[in-house]
Design a protein around this ligand. Structure first.
Ligand SMILES: Cc1ncc(COP(=O)(O)O)c(C=O)c1O
Length: 398
């Protein structure tokens, strides 16, 4: 039968992180002992008090359709959280709760972008940004960075990429995949630049806020002169180990919040009633549960950096947040084990999967073809074994 799919879906790429996870599951189903470090989710379970809030919500019959932008009490809790944690003033009317931060991002793109608009993506960027921009019919403009710059771009780099079609700048801090964290002064430079272009919106993805090994998380919306041009995106998936609950949210100028509400009113309606009550409990609590997980991630980062520094040919930065390391593996390009030639990071990821039985994600998916992403959201024993396998498998290349 002819391909009857839409151009939209034919042009969309499968998420490479999910593809890698799928491939490793297939190998596991064949009986292979694969270690998967490809997925971006905490290995912790959701804290008990959050689960209890969900059970209570079910028993209290929070089982009906919810208001499209989220329950008023949840939006109030988010407004309080923004003030408490980030010193940001967003009223509940400026907040929209969606089915994960990914959905929040899709709402923003579909609400604000027209065909041929340009969206600047400092690379490396999270895999889905490019595809979501494409879904909205717009074009992504990637700005490269390198490990020498700690994978961060400057205001000057962004300025050079701005054209009269530029509509948005999207980035995450802490960053997936590099773990880099923008400092207050770096954000201020970017804010000052974008304030000169009132039609440009900054999408600031802060989903890894709580997995930040610096002293304090910094939001770009803190600078008053830029706040009306910023959409702050966040959620409970990473910081509270709630990936399956599917709750993300934005704080935005009201006209953008209204547009996102209208968009999701036609697509998904309000997100799950039970998950919203669970998220409210998470956001109203003190931050001790996120703190414990952050400490565990920080310890694992030290372990991973230590063990990896022993592998010849890997260049590493010191990620200040999230739970990834993003080594530059370009010194292996052109090498072979006698069977497979490694031409790029994707070849290396496949080689490490097939020969080393460790699943990682090629940097190509993130707009940086010299690197490979390694998630350390798993136990120390598994990390030690995975790095041993990587080291031994890379040693076969010459
Ligand atoms: C940078 C970034 N933004 C957004 C998301 C999506 O989060 P959610 O699970 O809330 O949709 C992820 C998840 O991997 C991410 O890494």
């Amino acid at each position: 039968m002819d391909n009857q799919l839409s151009n939209t879906i034919n042009n969309l790429s499968e998420s490479e992180t999910l593809a890698m996870t799928r491939m490793s599951r297939e190998l596991i189903a064949e009986g292979k002992d694969v270690i998967s470090l490809s997925i971006g989710e905490p290995d912790f379970n959701t804290p008990q008090f959050i689960k209890d809030a969900a059970i209570k919500a079910i028993n209290e019959n929070y089982t009906h359709y919810t208001p499209v932008p989220g329950y008023p009490e949840l939006r109030k809790a988010i407004s309080t959280k923004f003030k408490r944690d980030n010193n940001l003033d967003y009223t509940p009317e400026q907040i929209v709760v969606s089915t994960g931060a990914k959905h929040s991002l899709a709402n923003i793109a579909l609400s604000l972008l027209n065909p041929n608009d340009e969206v600047i993506l400092p690379a490396p960027y999270w895999v889905s940004y490019k595809e979501i921009v494409k879904l909205a019919g717009a074009k992504h403009v990637s700005i490269p960075s390198s490990i020498e710059q700690d994978f961060k771009v400057t205001a000057d780099d962004i300025k050079k990429a701005i054209t009269d079609k530029t509509r948005m700048v999207w980035f995450s801090t802490p960053c997936n995949p590099s773990g880099s964290v923008y400092t207050k002064s770096e954000l201020e430079d970017i804010a000052k630049l974008i304030a000169q272009y009132p039609h440009i919106i900054i999408v600031s993805d802060e989903i890894y806020e709580h997995i930040n090994f610096n002293d304090k998380h910094e939001s770009i919306a803190q600078f008053d002169y830029i706040k009306d041009q910023v959409v702050t995106v966040n959620g409970v998936s990473k910081g509270f180990a709630m990936t399956g609950w599917r709750i993300g949210y934005i704080g935005a100028p009201k006209w953008i919040a209204d547009a996102c509400t209208k968009m999701q009113g036609q697509f998904t309606s309000g997100t799950s009633s039970i998950s919203q009550k669970a998220a409210q409990a998470a956001l109203e609590a003190d931050s001790s549960c996120t703190l414990e997980m952050r400490k565990a991630f920080e310890k694992r980062r030290e372990l991973v950096l230590n063990l990896m520094s022993d592998i010849p040919g890997l260049k590493l930065n010191n990620p200040k947040g999230a739970f990834y390391v993003f080594p530059d593996v370009s010194s292996y390009f052109g090498k072979t084990d006698g069977k497979t030639i490694i031409n790029n990071a994707s070849d290396l990821a496949m080689y490490l999967l097939n020969e080393g039985l460790v699943a990682l994600v090629s940097g190509d998916a993130f707009g940086d073809s010299n690197c490979i992403r390694f998630s350390y959201a798993t136990s120390e024993d598994i990390l030690i074994e995975a790095i041993k396998r990587i080291k031994n498998t890379l040693a076969l290349l010459h």
